[in-house]
Design a protein around this ligand. Sequence first.
Ligand code: NAD
Ligand code: IPM
Ligand code: MN
Length: 355
Amino acid sequence: MVTKRIAVIPGDGIGPEVVNEGIKVMRKVAELDGNIAFEFTSFPWGCEYYLEHGKMMADDGIEQLRSFDAIYLGAVGYPGVPDHISLWDLLLIIRKQFDQYVNLRPIKLLGGAKCPIGHGTSENIDMLFIRENSEGEYAGAGEWLFKGKPEEVVLQTGIFSRKGTERIIRHAFEIAKQENKTLTSVSKANALNYSMVFWDEVFEEVGKEYPEVETYSYLVDAAAMHMIIDPGRFEVVVTSNLFGDILTDVGAALAGGMGLAAGANINPERTFPSMFEPVHGSAPDIAGKGIANPLAAIWSVSQMFDFFGREDLGKKILDTIEEIMVEGTVLTPDLGGIAKTNEVGDRIIQLIKLN
Ligand code: NAD
Ligand code: IPM
Ligand code: MN
C-alpha cells in the first residue's frame, strides 16, 4: 500500500465546489483499488484569506507545500482582489517556485461531448498541448515608470532562456516520440523578432535529435485558425506560456467547454510537488449555485493518477467521464443538463468500476 500526501488548495469561487467532487473520486478509486491511499491536507488560501490577512497564502506557504506528493488546486481569483495580485501570489508563484515547467493540457473530444464545430469528431479532436509554464511572457519582468504622469511607460519583458526553451521542447519531443505522434510547434517569429526567432531555432536544433518525429511549425494566429478549420492536423503541440494559455481555451471550447478542460503542472524531475487543476477559473458568475461542472477537476485527478504511475486508474477515471457524457442524464447546465455539481460527482463514483 502506498500513501500519497496531497495538499488541497480549493481556492475561490467554484474552486471548492469542484475540488470536493475530485476528492470524492480519489477516495472512491483508492478504496476500490486497495493499493493506493491518500492523505489530504487542506489550505484555506485564496481571496477570502487575502481580505482577512492581506496576503494570498501564509508567509511560509511554499515551505508548507514542499513535502507533499502533489497539489490539487481548484481556482484562484475573485472580484474584490486585483487578479494580478491573487494569481501571482498564489497560483503563479507555486508553478514557478516548484519549477512546474511543463503544463500538460489534453484536448480530447469525448464521446457524448458537444463540439461547436460541425466537423469535430473524437478522431480529429485529440491533441496534447505542452505549454511552457515557467517563463516566457509570464516571466513577470518589467517596469512601470512615471506612473500616472504624461510620460508614463510600461515594460513587460518576455524571458526565453536557453535552458527554459530547450527543456520544454525536448520534453515535447520525448512525448511525441513515445506516443508515435506528430509534434507541432506554435510561435510567432514574424513579429516577435527575438524571442520567437530563438524559439524556432531551438525547435529546429532539438528536432535533429529526433529524426523519427514528424514536425510542423505554425504561427500562432494561423494555428488558432487551423484548430477550428482542421483540428485533426494537431497531435502533440508545444508552445510558449501565453500562446499555450490562449490556445488551450480555444481547445477547451472545441472539446465541449471549460467545464471539461484539465491541466497538470509538472515538475518532471520530481524535485518538487506537481500541481493538478482544472483549466477554468473561479467562475464568479455561477459560484455558490452548486451548478459548476466538476468534470474538468475530476479529469485533472485522472492526470494525477497517471503522474503517480497508475495510468490504469487514470484511464478508468477518464473512461468514466466519457461514460457519464454518453449517458447524458446527469450533467450540469453548461453541458445542457440540470444536475448539480455534487450529483455529477456522485454519479461518477457510482459508475466507476476497476474491472
Ligand atoms: P472562468 O474560467 O472562471 O469563467 C469563464 C466562463 O466559463 C464563465 O462563464 C464560467 O461560468 C464558465 N465556466 C468556467 N468553469 C466552469 C465550470 N467548471 N462549469 C461551468 N461553467 C464554467 O474565467 P474568467 O471569468 O475569465 O475568470 C474568473 C476568475 O478566475 C478571474 O479572477 C481569473 O483571473 C481567474 N482564473 C483563474 C484560473 C485558475 O485558477 N487556474 C484560471 C482562469 C481564470
Ligand atoms: C490558466 C489561467 C492562468 C494562466 C491565469 C489565471 C494566471 O488562465 O491556468 O490557464 O494564464 O496561466
Ligand atoms: Mn487560461
